[in-house]
Design a protein around this ligand. Structure first.
Ligand code: PXP
Length: 252
């Protein structure tokens, strides 16, 4: 009997295109163009994080990117904290997926999964999930969490569709040439719990083309959301071309 191989989805996080735009306050690089390129080149989903401090993605970007994803017939995955103002924006825009993340204004990027072991935070997340499900038709929700059993058992009691496992520590270990064996074993156990609960098993944070390899080999995750590395790598794959074109133009 042949075992069907899982073909995972790539969600491309384009937040850092907006980071570059916001750094100069111009209207380029265009987030819409970035979404179009990603979807034209094989991304299965666009992910954006509307942060409370609006450091990269702006409110109007959400509508604009949603128009692109709709045109391509692909999902928009909106990452957000459980914040009233952002919840209202999500309800007004109707994204296909919402990934709930912890948010802290001082952090450089999302630093870990939601702490739903804490009862107060659990109830806050629960209330947010219910509100989103009641107000956005057919919305699917994923929770950004660590791969620990107690968290996943608790996540499974919420009205959600998937968990996105925080892969930041795994990715850092991989980057530093340290062993990732324990992380991979943890993902195996996490996958058992998540599949028993019939939820989707997604991954995200800190991943590169190299660190994603052992995860692809393991074959457990159905979806990967990758952003920072893609934008960084795009600089070097594009820099030479752009400079050559400009230099040629100057030579007439
Ligand atoms: N998934 C989640 C929940 C995130 O918060 C982020 C960062 O915004 C990503 C995926 C993408 O992470 P990275 O930009 O490190 O690839």
């Amino acid at each position: 009997m042949s075992v069907e191989k899982l073909i995972p989805r790539l969600g491309v996080n384009i937040d850092h295109v907006a980071t570059l735009r916001q750094a100069r306050g111009e209207n380029y690089p265009s987030i819409v163009e970035a979404a179009q390129i990603a979807l034209n080149q094989g991304a299965e989903q666009i992910t954006i994080h509307l942060r409370e401090d609006r450091r990269h993605i702006q409110d109007t970007d959400v509508e604009a990117v949603l128009l692109v994803t709709k045109k391509f017939g692909k999902p928009l995955n909106l990452e957000m904290g459980c914040n009233d103002e952002i919840i209202d924006i999500a309800i007004a825009t109707n994204p296909d997926w919402i990934c709930l993340v912890p948010e802290n204004r001082q952090e450089r990027t999302t630093e870990g999964g939601l702490n739903i072991i804490d009862q107060e935070q659990f109830e806050h997340v629960q209330k947010t999930c219910k509100k989103l499900k009641e107000n956005i038709k057919n919305v699917r929700i994923s929770l950004f969490v660590e791969a620990d059993s107690a968290t996943l058992e608790k996540a499974a009691t919420l009205p959600i569709d998937a968990v996105e496992i925080h892969t930041g520590d795994f990715a850092k270990a991989h980057l530093n040439g340290e062993s990732t064996k324990t992380h991979l074993e943890t993902y195996e156990l996490a996958h058992n719990i998540v599949k028993r609960a019939r939820l989707g098993f997604h991954a995200g944070h800190g991943l590169t083309d190299e660190s994603v390899k052992p995860l692809l080999e393991q074959g457990l995750f159905e979806e990967y959301n990758i952003g920072h590395w893609i934008i960084c790598q795009a600089v070097f794959e594009g820099l030479g071309n752009v400079i050559k074109k400009l230099a040629d133009q100057m030579k007439g």
